[in-house]
Design a protein around this ligand. Structure first.
Ligand code: NCD
Ligand code: ZN
Length: 336
């Protein structure tokens, strides 16, 4: 059986910089038409100059005309309307991190005061710049995302014209919030469709499955699977593929992030086929994102996958992918 995907998009991706960018960039740009590029470099991307320079480095590393990096800035409540107008044509979204919540987010927001946020978020609403949010409080690790839903509600009601993307959702509470507010959308990762906390820490600790937000309970995974498999129009694929070198993962103080870029389409195909929903995969990996992000242009690319074994490499340079050394059921047969 072969499956054809048109212009797959990864709406949440970490490409890093320098040697790591050179390793991981092509692993996405070969098979995806575009990706939302996260700005959590050190230092984070907060200026037009830094954004344009990073985009150049990405294009050079990827060397692929049929791939567009959709650039983002790291949210600061000090961005003025004037500044946003000047940078609007260069970016696709702005990513908001609560301070210290995940990798390289120390410069994020330390509180959610509507009055403080209003000038920037009003300007973003007017300029049609979506706000991507890492939605976790600093509460108990299993409750962080559910606790953040009230902040999503505050943002959604105070800024009704702002497109708010709940990034990498992991809970049934976030899924429920989607249908309560017109301007809330979500990305879902591959790994959160597949694993629960049990897979991370239920047996021997699996550092390569450790990420933020941490995988949750079976009923949460079920809620995510349901909206992904039905092609819910407010839900998009965002891999949150977040490479760290092996020594940073297999360490005392393991870095958060799962590296899925090179296996994402193959495993998504298997997952959708096994759940008799393969006809919804196109919506999940591209069409929904195209309807939600009205400000992107999408290079045309056709990916044909076939039912043929693919042995996942143990490593890509210094990075261990999800399913390292395992054999997947689908492989990429053709890229046009
Ligand atoms: C991401 C990273 O490593 O940059 N890590 C992760 O666990 N997902 C940051 C993020 O998206 O939270
Ligand atoms: Zn991320």
């Amino acid at each position: 059986m072969s499956i054809t995907l048109n212009s797959p998009l990864d709406m949440h991706l970490h490409l890093r910089d320098e040697a790591m960018l050179n390793t991981v960039g092509p692993l996405t740009s070969d098979t995806f038409s575009g990706a939302i590029i996260m700005p959590n470099l050190v230092p984070p991307v907060t200026t037009k100059e830094a954004l344009l320079a990073y985009k150049e480095r990405i294009l050079k590393a990827c060397n692929n005309d049929a791939f567009t990096p959709y650039m983002t800035l790291f949210f600061q409540a000090t961005y003025t309307k004037e500044f946003l107008e000047s940078v609007k044509d260069e970016l696709t979204a702005i990513k908001l991190y609560p301070a210290g919540i995940t990798t390289n987010s120390e410069g994020g927001l330390s509180g959610f005061d509507v009055d403080e946020l209003r000038p920037t978020l009003d300007a973003m609403s007017e300029l049609n710049i979506p706000l991507c949010v890492h939605g976790e409080t600093n509460g108990f690790v299993m409750d962080r995302e559910a606790e953040f839903v009230s902040i999503y509600e505050m943002l959604a009601t105070n800024f009704p014209k702002l497109k708010i993307i709940m990034e990498h959702i992991t809970t049934k509470e976030s899924v429920e919030a989607l249908d309560r507010f017109e301007n809330l959308y979500a990305t879902i990762t591959l790994h959160h469709l597949l694993i629960t906390l049990d897979d991370v820490a239920g047996g021997m600790l699996q550092p390569h499955l450790f990420c933020k937000p941490i995988a949750k309970r079976p009923e949460d995974r079920e809620a995510l699977q349901k909206v992904a498999l039905e092609g819910h129009p407010k839900v998009m694929f965002g891999s949150d593929s977040a490479p760290h070198p092996q020594h940073a993962k297999e360490a005392c103080g393991c870095a958060a992030g799962v590296f899925t870029a090179p296996i994402a389409l193959q495993v998504l195909t298997e997952f959708f086929v096994e759940h008799s929903s393969v006809e919804k995969l196109q919506a999940f990996v591209s069409d929904n994102a195209q309807s939600i992000y009205t400000n992107i242009e999408i290079p045309s690319k056709t990916i044909i996958l076939e039912e043929k074994k693919f042995k996942v490499p143990n490593k890509y340079a210094e990075v261990v992918p999800m399913f390292a050394g395992e054999t997947l059921k689908y492989s990429i047969a053709e890229i046009k």
